[in-house]
Design a protein around this ligand. Structure first.
Ligand code: MF3
Ligand code: CO
Length: 248
């Protein structure tokens, strides 16, 4: 069942989203060779607490950290580590902010120092694919229209779209209906309606879309060691169209 949100509930999620966006903005400034994802995680947790919010990921199904930090071939759910980021790495920081019981979810990928042309193109394409999906998130369309727009754009640029992890409805729970895949045929899936709130969070790989999970039970990597990037916003469907809740 898809839990529809009132205008007031969406406004509360928007406040959570602003804190999340501000946190990403600070993290963007911190990303450089030598910093560790552990330091970023500590910063993010303190930032949320200082803004009267809590890190929803910490303790979620036993996940131990406030953020996910996914470097290079890690697709998602990487653990923050006391290991310095290196020039040429790419890293995705994903987090969920809980403000007074209402959630916002956003991930952003960053270049560390100077990255390869391929890595820069992957980052650019992944971000743009998210916006291609958001454009389709209008009442009357179907989830498949979002999915298809992302896949068409990503594959048109020679990248693959991860199947094993998808977007999701969100509200007072991190994962609600509907499921929001980033691949598949247009015109299929649930009808998009005003009052829905869901994430759009494509993960694009340079090689195969297939994934494997480390022995820690969380860290998801590309099967072939290729690079992976991800961008994620939480979106509300309104009479004015899709509204991004996780920006300033
Ligand atoms: N933010 C992630 C998502 O997009 C969830 C991370 S899983 C967690 O759904 F366990 F770390 F919370
Ligand atoms: Co998400």
């Amino acid at each position: 069942m898809i839990i529809m949100k009132t205008v007031e509930e969406i406004a509360k999620m928007r406040e959570a989203g602003k804190i999340l966006a501000a946190c990403h903005q600070e993290i963007a400034k911190m990303i450089k060779p030598g910093i560790t994802t552990w330091e970023i995680d500590q910063f993010a947790e303190k930032f949320m607490l200082a803004h009267g919010a809590t890190p929803e990921q910490k303790g979620y199904h036993g996940y131990p950290y406030a953020t996910c930090a996914s470097v290079n071939d890690v697709i998602c759910h990487g653990f923050p580590k006391e290991e310095a980021l290196k020039d040429g790495d790419i890293v995705t920081i994903d987090m969920v902010v809980n403000l007074n019981g209402w959630l916002a979810d956003s991930a952003w990928s960053y270049a560390v120092g100077n990255v390869s042309e391929q890595a820069a193109y992957l980052l650019d394409t992944t971000k743009e694919s998210m916006f291609k999906g958001i454009e389709q998130a209008v009442a009357g369309n179907r989830i498949g229209d979002v999915a298809h727009a992302i896949q068409k754009f990503a594959e048109g640029r020679g990248f693959s779209v991860v199947r094993d992890f998808i977007g999701h409805g969100i509200g007072s729970e991190m994962h609600e209906a509907p499921e929001v895949p980033h691949y598949g045929p247009a015109g299929k899936g649930p009808r998009i309606k005003e009052g829905m709130v869901f994430t759009i969070e494509p993960m694009l790989n340079t090689g195969s879309y297939r994934t494997k999970v480390d022995a820690d039970g969380w860290t998801a990597r590309t099967i072939d060691g290729g690079l992976s990037a991800q961008y994620e916003h939480t979106i509300a469907i309104t009479p004015q169209g899709p509204v991004i809740l996780t920006e300033l």
